[in-house]
Design a protein around this ligand. Structure first.
Ligand code: SF4
Ligand code: SF4
Length: 176
């Protein structure tokens, strides 16, 4: 098998392992979470126009909305940049506080950032966002190591700018 193919397979395996960790460990905790991420504090939600329009139920055209945002008259929680929209410090309108759940959970509208949070695969590593209280790095490391196989070891490193983002990189063990 070529190196490229084996990297692809490893990345696929890590994507599945990260998703399984979310299902088994993170999601069951959401109902009792002390600081739900969907309140968007401190998290920032990134949306395209289609998602923003549907979630915020915007009736006007995009041009009119953008004009309103740039004149400071738009919803204060929304910022526009490079064709995308960023929402911060206000509860996401799709969040159901009573049931502690997302109303667009299984729908195309759900932003990919929501699906990825707090554990996702990125370029052959698993990234964990420690702003989610359900993430246990020790358990996650064991989880990823089990998925990668015995010939690999896990190397942990924190992002310099955002130390709450921790990468678990998979390295092949040196052969004697
Ligand atoms: S921060 Fe983590 S545990 Fe809390 S609601 Fe979000 S994903 Fe669930
Ligand atoms: S779209 Fe759903 S998962 Fe994403 S922030 Fe809103 S309620 Fe939470």
């Amino acid at each position: 098998m070529s190196r490229r193919e084996s990297r692809r397979l490893l990345a696929e395996g890590l994507t599945v392992a990260a998703a399984n960790y979310q299902v088994a460990v993170v999601i069951p905790h959401c109902a009792e979470c002390a600081k739900p991420c969907c309140r968007l504090d401190p998290l920032v939600l990134e949306l395209d126009w289609k998602q923003l329009k549907a979630l915020w139920q915007i009736k006007e055209s995009r041009t009119a909305f953008d004009r309103r945002i740039s004149s400071g008259k738009g919803p204060e929680e929304i910022r526009a940049r490079d064709g995308l929209y960023y929402v911060h410090r206000k509860v996401c309108p799709a969040y159901d506080e009573a049931h502690r759940s997302c109303r667009v959970y299984d729908r195309e509208l759900k932003p990919s950032g929501c699906t990825d949070f707090p554990v996702y695969q990125d370029r052959g590593s698993v990234v964990a966002d420690l702003r989610c209280e359900a993430v246990d790095l020790k358990v996650l490391t064991t989880w990823i190591a089990r998925s990668a196989g015995r010939e690999f070891r896990i190397v942990q490193s924190a992002n310099e700018e955002f130390p709450f983002l921790v990468s678990l990189s998979v390295r092949r063990m040196a052969t004697k």
